[in-house]
Design a protein around this ligand. Sequence first.
Ligand SMILES: Cc1cc2nc3c(=O)[nH]c(=O)nc-3n(C[C@H](O)[C@H](O)[C@H](O)COP(=O)(O)OP(=O)(O)OC[C@H]3O[C@@H](n4cnc5c(N)ncnc54)[C@H](O)[C@@H]3O)c2cc1C
Length: 437
Amino acid sequence: MISAAGKFPTDNHGWAELLPARQVTPALTGSHRVPWVVVGAGLTGLACARRLAQLHPDQEILLLDARRVGAAASGRNSGFVVATSHFPGAVAADQVDNYRRVNRINQAGLELLSQQVLENNIDCQWRREGFYHTAAGDTALGEYKNFLRYLDTLEAEHQTLDRTELQERLGTDLYRAGVHIADGALVQPAALVRGLADSLPANVGLHEQSPVVGIDDGAPLTLRLATAEVKADRVILATNYEATSLGFLNSYIVGSTLAGSFTRVLSSAELEGLGSLGEWGAISLHSGGATLRLTQDHRLSIRNTAEYHGSVLLSDAQLAERQATHRAAFDKRFPQLARVPFEYAWSGVEGISRNGTNFFGRQRDNIYLAGGYNGSGVSRGTAFGTAIADYASGEISHTVSDCLASARAAWMPPRPLLDIAAFFIVRSRFKGVGLDR
Ligand SMILES: Cc1cc2nc3c(=O)[nH]c(=O)nc-3n(C[C@H](O)[C@H](O)[C@H](O)COP(=O)(O)OP(=O)(O)OC[C@H]3O[C@@H](n4cnc5c(N)ncnc54)[C@H](O)[C@@H]3O)c2cc1C
């Protein structure tokens, strides 16, 4: 018997705040007997349920989420749909196959999302024109050189830009060098997951605000919820770092809390002073640097804090504090917009492992799991979610093989030492976070 001791806190902040209200699907009640249950309706769970429905058109798939769709990391990320991952440090000859493997997974997820957005006409500001990787300080400039070598090794299409070219495009002279990678997309993340949830095949039953509090072994498995019980042949966990509350991945995954802010919508005069592009995204080549977007609806967003905060969101007071860090970094980049106020701030929690690996496979009889993308899970989570559906159904694909080849996760000590270890892991992953690079 596995029980979820924890709760599922949430708040109304995030990209969903910028969208109109949405009708939430009803919480699950009563007793049910189904072949498949997917727990977690983020990008991983949505992709998994969609693929299961394709593979088993005559079977019912229950998709359960503790919160509303879009309230977790999948609706709170920065909206970079990555094709080519950045691996910090010098190119390691013995890692080239691994880089290629991860990028094949990213590419598979990007293609799936592209197709799903197009086929279902999802209104989510999808724009597949790549994005920028930028360097302001000396550390990031060193990383820029590593990154160019890596892109050349992988023969990934890219264009280098100097300070003047970056300023002309992005409207800031902070960056001394940058590279534009041709593939990759930008998206409004909450609109994307809502659109995916609202276009699920008819044999998927989505129930929000339906936390699974325990899973009892047996054939069938029994899932316990506050007002329902489900008997299922197979269960797929797409619960990110909260797998631990159901007794899975303890000592292997923790939640890192990231936070960012949006300005109000910029006026045409403000946009004119901002460079030649109507929309763009830029990721810092410094591990603790800022992630910036000029969104299609003309807001600037900046995310530049990351911390271990007990795997929970920040309170309103803590968000207000972090916003001072966002403000300082924003004003340094865009002094011409120093008077433009932030309208929203948000935080989100993402699962990270000590060695940066992802989780994929069978956990125990008839229970499968995919997740833990260390801050890069929009394309990858979609690919992992699709592949875990294949794997649990006995199907073989290149993406299944690539996901199965993920490195084993490194162990972390149990609480209270876990909190100390997690603090240092997050600090070293986002070294120098909040600093202006
Ligand atoms: C601030 C921030 C910025 C980011 N930026 C980017 C980016 O730009 N690009 C990128 O690729 N990645 C980014 N990421 C990472 C990316 O968002 C995640 O890797 C990805 O969304 C994970 O998807 P998921 O479906 O596995 O998990 P989640 O989106 O966390 O979904 C898991 C779901 O499981 C549900 N759940 C958990 N336990 C239970 C239970 N017991 N019962 C029922 N439901 C349960 C939760 O409510 C949740 O909805 C960012 C993350 C954050 C936080």
